[in-house]
Design a protein around this ligand. Structure first.
Ligand code: FUC
Length: 348
């Protein structure tokens, strides 16, 4: 395996570092210490062409001016929090309102635009990049000094494993994810409309008009939300289902996973032959099909457009902090938050 370390750019007088990892089996991943952003993942198609399969930029300016959370770590809370507030033990906490009246992805100064400390460890068959960040008590409205570590492990089996760890000195809430937008066509040759997705999920969370999960689980059976036997994305985009229309044509929904660590999420593109299998210990995945991607900028020479990429955000269901029926995002003081998601890059 090979590592190339470099300087990606700078922010407020501080250099932003980049790491490019090359496996022995033709996969290359580049990430930076700003937001732990994965800027590029090159993998081969069935003909052997090595091409990029995520949305990303090559300059800091573009990340700052245009990026709708491309490739970053989201925290402290992924997704939307209703009315940008929550209650813990009778105390109410106010968060920044950065999506109408709601809080989105932990607020405007969330983990996605922090510069993290980083270090690299090289072994024979895997490389670990460890990112650390301490979010001070009260940052973006959240209680507790929170120490966060995110490790990207890349190995010779062409897997990426993201391990999350966090610990707070006060009771708080945490729900982390990675926000990579995948496009398996290679160098953005096509949209993701003909990508095929398989999800081991019998139910998804209903959203209200401001995209807040209501707490109601809707069965996928008989709808375009049924990915149990595989389904192409365009079917949801063209569907008349009120929940797909509500989110701008497509999906932006938390799916409850029936299984963990059993290839419960598979994305594939028949034309290129590329496939990603995802295994996680998280109870839910938010499928976002790029319905709100705007078209006033280019992504490495390709005009951005709706459905140019899709996100598979493994996490706990958003906004269900005090909902007894769902896995909770509450983290007790000095308790360790730990989750893991593995992405395997293969061919059909
Ligand atoms: C996703 C979606 C949101 C939003 C954002 C950029 O996680 O759930 O609706 O558009 O990313």
């Amino acid at each position: 395996m090979e590592v190339i370390e470099g300087v990606f750019g700078s922010l407020n007088g501080r250099n932003v570092k980049s790491y490019t990892i090359k496996t022995d089996n033709g996969m290359e991943l580049t990430c930076i210490d700003y937001g732990c952003i994965i800027t590029k993942i090159n993998v081969r198609d069935r003909e052997g062409n090595l091409e990029n399969i995520v949305l990303g930029f090559d300059t800091m300016d573009e990340y700052i001016n245009y990026s709708p959370y491309f490739g970053c770590i989201i925290g402290r809370t992924a997704g939307r929090t209703e009315n940008a507030s929550f209650e813990l033990d009778g105390v109410s906490y106010e968060l920044p309102k950065n999506d109408g009246i709601n809080n989105l992805h932990g607020g405007p100064h969330g983990f996605h635009n922090a510069i993290w400390d980083s270090s690299i460890e090289i072994q024979e068959n895997e490389i670990n990049i460890t990112f650390s960040y301490t979010s001070p008590d009260g940052e973006e409205g959240f209680p507790g000094n929170l120490q966060v570590t995110v490790i990207y492990t890349i190995n010779n089996a062409n897997e990426l494993i993201i391990s999350y760890r966090a610990k707070s000195d006060k009771k708080t809430i945490v729900n982390l994810t990675n926000h990579s937008y995948f496009n398996l066509s290679g160098n953005l040759k096509r949209t993701v409309l003909h990508h095929e997705l398989m999800l081991k999920s019998d139910g998804f969370l209903e959203l209200d008009s401001s995209l807040i999960p209501t707490g109601k689980v809707l069965p996928v059976e008989g709808t375009v939300f049924d990915f149990r036997k595989g389904r192409q994305i365009w079917q949801g985009v063209e569907s008349e289902h009120p929940q797909t229309k509500l989110v701008g044509g497509g999906y932006d929904h938390p799916f409850l996973l029936n299984a963990n660590n059993q290839k419960e999420i598979t994305l594939l593109d028949r034309e290129s032959g590329r496939k990603i299998e995802i295994e996680t210990d998280e109870p839910c995945v938010v499928l976002y099909t790029g319905n709100m991607l705007e078209d006033h900028y280019e992504i490495r020479g390709t005009q951005s457009q709706k459905h140019l990429g899709l996100c598979l955000e493994t996490q706990k269901p958003p906004n269900m902090i005090n909902h007894p029926n769902f896995p909770s995002s509450v983290l007790e003081a000095n308790q360790v938050y730990r989750t893991k998601t593995k992405y395997s890059f293969t061919l059909i």
